[in-house]
Design a protein around this ligand. Structure first.
Ligand code: GUN
Ligand code: ZN
Length: 431
């Protein structure tokens, strides 16, 4: 048996802390403990140093968390991060579609997927729900790169048969064949899972949406991912394209696309009926605050979603979002709530980026916590980087203050090491 022990300040959120206060019974913090890993899985924790039968990694004074789960991110969009001056629909046409075209080339897709996953790991993210491109080869490349790293990746071929440029459109029959092949090859293989991936309602015909719904019905256990109600011009366009739907979200319901494995990015412009539909279906909103601020999309009503009982997880949405860092994502989520007079604790943010995401994805047995038996996907962090954050950390009076300062001031420069299933796949030089 392979035994590994990682020393540090162990932090996890054990259940949804809601929009409660900074003192929470849902937080487990074991300062200066050893996290014990056996054959790639969490075995427990120890206050004392384990014996020489364990390979010990001493990160005393560092923070140790479950690896982050980014529930919505685009593998081909590292090329368009930080693109100036556009809202969603312009941004897609001007920057994003041309970049995605390049992933038609298998060599570009292979290089891009490897670089993308290494970048996730270098930001402390060990699992992700990912949009590659319309090209089948982009999905194979991503899953192959994920398999080489042992990462939990949920992804699928992007479906788009209209309102997209040449080279970036499929058709219903070809898309169905590609999806069926990819499902057979990847779904349930190692840590891969297939997601039926409708880009968003405007880029699929009703016939393609029906095909996507039929795939979900034929293969229980598949995920579904798409975008919904991100931008006001987009919402107006969907109302024109689908006049018989009650709302944007209702388009997906009508085509059999909403279930408890559906991951819908954004969900800013929803009403009470939409929120009830989310709750009834068990679908989750992948809240992408960095993207929502950067593209000027709007401010999500997280508390209304919470009150309705809907799942909300956190996502970078790179390249609409400007950073793969889930610390920055949590800090942006705090700002989005602050603009609406709501306080987002570090606990709620951390939950949405770890265990809450695992739960909404039905993967709590595998990721998101330090529960014994889950896979050892772990991130090790400096509490602070640089003199200002180091000072702020030193004067913090309680645990929430300290974790909140880490999340607000920190980013990937705080990351010391990332482990996936008990293998160290990233270590900062010198850490
Ligand atoms: N809606 C449809 N496609 C996209 C995309 O690539 N990024 C974002 N943020 N929204 C979308
Ligand atoms: Zn997106």
């Amino acid at each position: 048996m392979k035994r590994i022990a990682i020393r540090g300040d162990l932090l996890e959120v054990t259940a949804d802390p809601g929009f409660g206060g900074t003192q929470s019974s849902k937080v487990r913090f074991d300062a200066d403990h050893w996290l014990l890993i056996e054959d790639g899985r969490i075995a427990g924790r120890s206050a004392t140093e384990p014996d020489a039968g364990w390979t010990r990694h001493d990160h005393k004074g560092r923070l140790v968390t479950p690896g982050f789960i980014d529930t919505h991110v685009h593998s081909p969009q590292l090329d368009v991060v930080a693109s100036y001056g556009a809202q969603l629909l312009d941004w897609l046409n001007t920057y994003t579609f041309p970049a995605e075209m390049r992933f038609a080339d298998p060599a570009v897709a292979a290089r891009g997927s490897a670089a993308f996953l290494d970048a996730l790991l270098a930001h402390g993210t060990t699992s992700a729900v990912v949009f590659p491109t319309v090209h089948k080869t982009s999905v194979d490349a991503l899953f192959e790169a994920a398999s080489a790293r042992g990462m939990r990746i949920i992804a699928g071929k992007v479906l788009m048969d209209r309102h997209a440029p040449d080279g970036l459109r499929d058709d219903v029959a070809q898309a169905e064949r590609d999806c069926t092949d990819l499902i057979a090859r990847w779904h349930g293989r190692e840590r891969a899972a297939y997601a039926v991936t409708v880009r968003f309602a405007p880029t699929s015909t009703p016939e393609q949406l029906d095909m996507a719904g039929a795939l979900l019905a034929a293969h229980p256990g598949l995920y579904m991912q798409t975008h919904v109600a991100e931008n006001r011009d987009e919402v107006r366009w969907v109302a024109e394209l689908f006049p018989r739907a009650r709302s944007y979200l209702d388009v997906y319901r009508q085509h059999g696309l909403l279930n408890d494995r559906a991951v819908l990015a954004h969900g800013i412009w929803l009403d009470a009926d939409d929120r009830a539909l989310l709750t009834d279906s068990g679908a989750q909103i992948a809240h992408s605050p960095s993207s929502n601020l950067f593209l000027g999309s709007g401010l999500i009503g997280w508390t209304a979603l919470q009150d309705a009982g809907a799942h909300v997880t956190l996502a970078s949405d790179v390249g609409g979002g400007t950073s793969l860092s889930m610390l920055r994502t949590m800090a942006d989520a705090y700002r989005v709530q602050a603009l609406q007079g709501v306080r987002l604790t570090a606990w709620k943010a951390l939950y949405a980026a770890t265990r809450g995401a695992a739960r909404a994805l039905h993967l709590e047995h595998e990721i998101g916590s330090f529960e014994p038996g889950t896979l050892a996907d772990v991130a090790v962090w400096d509490w602070a980087a640089g003199p200002v954050a180091t000072h702020r950390d030193a004067v913090a009076r309680d645990l929430h203050e300290r974790v909140f300062a880490w999340m607000t001031l920190g980013d990937e420069r705080n990351l010391a090491a990332t482990w996936v299933a008990g293998r160290e796949l990233y270590r900062r030089p010198g850490a």
